[in-house]
Design a protein around this ligand. Structure first.
Ligand SMILES: NC(=O)c1ccc[n+]([C@@H]2O[C@H](COP(=O)([O-])OP(=O)(O)OC[C@H]3O[C@@H](n4cnc5c(N)ncnc54)[C@H](O)[C@@H]3O)[C@@H](O)[C@H]2O)c1
Length: 331
């Protein structure tokens, strides 16, 4: 959608914002109602179309599409990429660093929505809700109830790997269930963890042996890819449940499938995948022990509104030199 922007004078002062993949209307309304900004929604996110369209823009918002150097090298006006979210493995960081393009994230908008998604996956698995739902619909009211295993959260140990915004929000929710919370994050101090009623663990291996739940909340990079593989899944308790709402590949999918099939762990929940959309040959699609969702942990009505507002507000704040530093990614 285009607003104003007709005269050459307008062209000089209007900031042009590309909305790469539409966002909630609350964020668009903010741009519409802020003098000096106009936007255009780009739905066709093919490399060809982005190369064709993006060179006209001063800033862009970005959801899951990839911005590689091939595209970015054509965008000589682009000063800001404003991620609708917090992960940024879809952006060529080396290129934007070299070319002084700012990368902004919605740092305060989505942690609680992701943490709630983790809790909902844990509860769905622990209470065997999908199975019970099917049993009742199949006419087996109570019949199989003693064959279906259900477990409690009370006094169970969760290992949170990665103690940033989402890890901290999850810890707060887990303490409401009276869980024992251990945290693995080499970059966060023991004192910070203690402030959140959590215990710091220095060795991932040792703590995997002790935990009932593992939830990962770190970025995907060369150090975290396949961090959880068959070798360390084998160290976990038979009743253990593993959740990945961070990025596909942190937990190796084939190893997880094997560990579930061989009864090495009890269950898993995944919101993110090595390849998205998930490939139809992925064996996890046929594995009943895993709960799957299509990378929607932040797709609550409330969170989509918050993220859209933060995404466009970040662009405005950046141009007006009042951006909150926590929204800027230091590359
Ligand atoms: N499923 C979704 O829709 C969704 C939504 C938002 C975020 N995410 C993903 O969730 C993850 C966490 O997001 P966040 O906002 O909490 O990030 P954050 O930057 O606030 O926190 C990440 C934490 O990971 C820690 N870390 C880095 N490397 C580590 C390692 N090797 N071992 C242990 N800890 C390590 C860092 O010290 C930091 O504390 C990211 O991967 C992000 O992309 C997914």
């Amino acid at each position: 959608m285009k607003e104003g922007f007709d005269s050459p004078w307008d062209r000089q002062i209007m900031k042009k914002v590309a909305i790469i993949e539409n966002i909630h209307s609350d964020g668009l309304d903010l741009l519409k109602n802020t003098p000096g900004y106009e936007y255009e929604i780009i739905d066709d996110t093919s490399e060809k179309n982005l190369i064709n369209k993006l060179p006209n823009f001063d800033a862009c918002t970005l959801r899951v599409s990839k911005l590689n150097s091939n595209i970015l090298s054509k965008c000589k006006n682009l000063k800001i990429i404003s991620r609708h979210g917090v992960g940024y493995d879809n952006v060529d960081l080396e290129y934007i660093k070299k070319n002084n393009i700012a990368l902004l994230i919605t740092a305060t908008a989505n942690a609680s929505a992701v943490a709630e998604h983790v809790i909902s996956m844990i509860l769905t698995i622990c209470k065997s809700l999908s199975l019970y739902n099917k049993e009742v619909r199949d006419g087996n009211f109570k019949k199989n109830s003693n064959k279906i295993k259900t477990i409690e959260l009370l006094n169970k140990t969760i290992l949170i790997a990665g103690f940033g915004r989402i890890g901290k929000s999850l810890a707060k929710m887990c303490s409401g269930f009276n869980m024992i919370i251990k945290v693995y994050d080499p970059f966060v101090s023991k004192d910070t963890m203690n402030l959140h009623n959590c215990t710091k663990v220095d060795s991932l291996d040792d703590s995997l042996r002790e935990c009932d739940f593992l939830s990962v909340h770190m970025p995907l990079n060369s150090k975290t890819k396949n961090l959880i593989n068959f070798q360390n899944l084998k160290k976990m308790k038979k009743n253990a449940i593993v959740i990945n709402t961070a990025r596909g590949g942190i937990i190796n999918e084939l190893d997880l499938h094997k560990a579930l099939n061989e009864n090495i762990i009890f269950g898993a929940g995944l919101d993110v995948f090595e390849n998205e959309p998930i490939q139809k040959e992925n064996p996890l699609l046929k594995n009943d022990r895993v709960i799957l969702s299509p990378h929607i942990a932040t797709n609550t009505d409330e969170c989509l509104s918050r993220m859209s507002i933060e995404t466009t507000k970040n662009i405005i704040d950046f141009f007006e030199n009042k951006i909150d530093k926590s929204m800027i990614v230091k590359i």
